[in-house]
Ligand binder design. Sequence first.
Ligand SMILES: NC(=O)c1ccc[n+]([C@@H]2O[C@H](COP(=O)([O-])OP(=O)(O)OC[C@H]3O[C@@H](n4cnc5c(N)ncnc54)[C@H](OP(=O)(O)O)[C@@H]3O)[C@@H](O)[C@H]2O)c1
Length: 159
Amino acid sequence: MISLVAAMTKERVIGIGNRLPWHMGSESKHYEDIVRGKTIIMGRRVYMATKRNGRLIGLHNIVLTRSGMYAKGVDVCHSLDEAISKGFEYGPDIYIIGGEGVFKDAISKADTMQLSFIKSDYPGDRFFPEFSESEWEEKSREDFPEFEYVVYVRKVARD
Ligand SMILES: NC(=O)c1ccc[n+]([C@@H]2O[C@H](COP(=O)([O-])OP(=O)(O)OC[C@H]3O[C@@H](n4cnc5c(N)ncnc54)[C@H](OP(=O)(O)O)[C@@H]3O)[C@@H](O)[C@H]2O)c1
């Protein structure tokens, strides 16, 4: 099962200046509870930022880059398909945590999306891709003071 995990505003903002636009302990904790100890795939910038913060959170951390980057303690892959194949070597569940281009490439491959919709507005320079709600079934929705957490499951195509 491939899951996308993201937090965004109503305008689909996910980042600004290579960081999150908000400081929201409650959402960070919620996010960490989802991905901690899992197999996660991330873009190179997300990796650099999480490493800087000392919070490489997956059990298996797979980093996407088109460069020859080497990094200790993570798997470096050069395409999303390669990263997904590597992820499935570790087990049946993969969590894809961004950023922008990674979400855009991965959304067509995802089985579920675990999305936090931040209630306040923030400016941004990175966005979650647009998606059609008709292709996704809302499986659950939970209300928190600062965000709503919605789990979507891809609808099986009907003939
Ligand atoms: N709110 C959220 O849920 C959320 C989640 C994640 C990130 N963010 C925000 O998003 C921003 C960072 O994301 P970003 O979009 O700038 O960068 P990113 O996705 O973390 O990293 C982009 C880099 O990843 C590599 N890459 C991406 N797709 C690839 C592919 N298909 N094959 C091979 N390599 C690939 C490339 O690395 P090279 O340049 O090394 O080739 C590319 O330059 C920050 O503002 C962060 O806070 C928010």
